[in-house]
Design a protein around this ligand. Structure first.
Ligand code: ADP
Ligand code: MG
Length: 205
């Protein structure tokens, strides 16, 4: 995939953001992956794999810390994009404010912007979270429950550049879907008139 993208993920803990972000990083040539879990720990002086289990919104997961983490990630992303690379940010982006900032950067630099939003059934998420062990994430079921209450949904405007990914499926299918999506986004961009009906239909799905 040669085109330049700025992609952010969106979703509750366990929805599969890191899973899809890694696939995107592999599929998009010359792309750099920024992971909020790593940046957060790095900024607090922890090693990435240190488990930091604190109640929702406390410690390194406080509002204040999160603000700092998002600012830092967007700063890094802007630098990466200016260097001519693609960038993927693996973070929850539950606040619209940060999604908006990311979109502004993409627009300013004329880079294709996408919100990739994986979703899965709650039972599946619960099972996957219980199985998740050696991982940089501290996300767990009780965090999922709280995040479900406190997040800004993708609005109608954002839906124009959001791709919802059915992450109930296995890796092969998810990867295939993502590859096709990126291909279509690239093609659509090249077709200024959008006159190819096939592309139009698939893209609108
Ligand atoms: N499509 C999938 N198939 C199999 N396992 C998955 C899939 N998506 C996610 N997982 C696993 O579920 C757990 C949660 O996914 P993860 O990507 O870490 O979620 P998030 O980053 O949104 O918190 C991880 O252990 C991950 O490897
Ligand atoms: Mg994650």
């Amino acid at each position: 995939m040669e085109n330049k993208f700025f992609i952010i993920t969106f979703g509750l803990t366990g929805s599969g953001k890191s899973f899809v972000a890694k696939i995107l990083n592999k599929v998009i040539k010359n792309s750099i992956l920024i992971q909020s879990d790593r940046v957060r720990k790095e900024m607090s002086g922890f090693s990435p794999h240190k488990k930091v289990i604190v109640p929702f919104g406390k410690g390194i997961y406080s509002q204040k810390k999160s603000e700092e983490v998002y600012k830092e990630m967007l700063k890094r992303a802007e630098k990466i994009l200016k260097e001519g690379k693609s960038c993927i940010i693996d973070a929850s982006f539950l606040k619209k404010k940060w999604r908006k900032r990311a979109k502004e950067i993409a627009d300013k630099l004329s880079v294709k912007f996408l919100i990739i939003a994986p979703f899965a059934d709650e039972e599946k998420i619960k099972k996957r979270l219980l199985k998740r062990k050696k991982d940089v994430s501290d996300g767990r079921w009780e965090i999922y429950i709280r995040q479900r209450e406190f997040h800004n949904k993708i609005d109608e405007e954002e839906k124009k550049y959001t791709v919802f990914v059915d992450n109930n499926k296995g890796k092969g299918e998810v990867e295939k879907f993502l590859r096709n999506t990126l291909k279509l986004k690239t093609l659509n961009e090249q077709k200024t008139s959008g006159s190819n009906p096939q592309i139009k239909t698939l893209n609108g799905a």
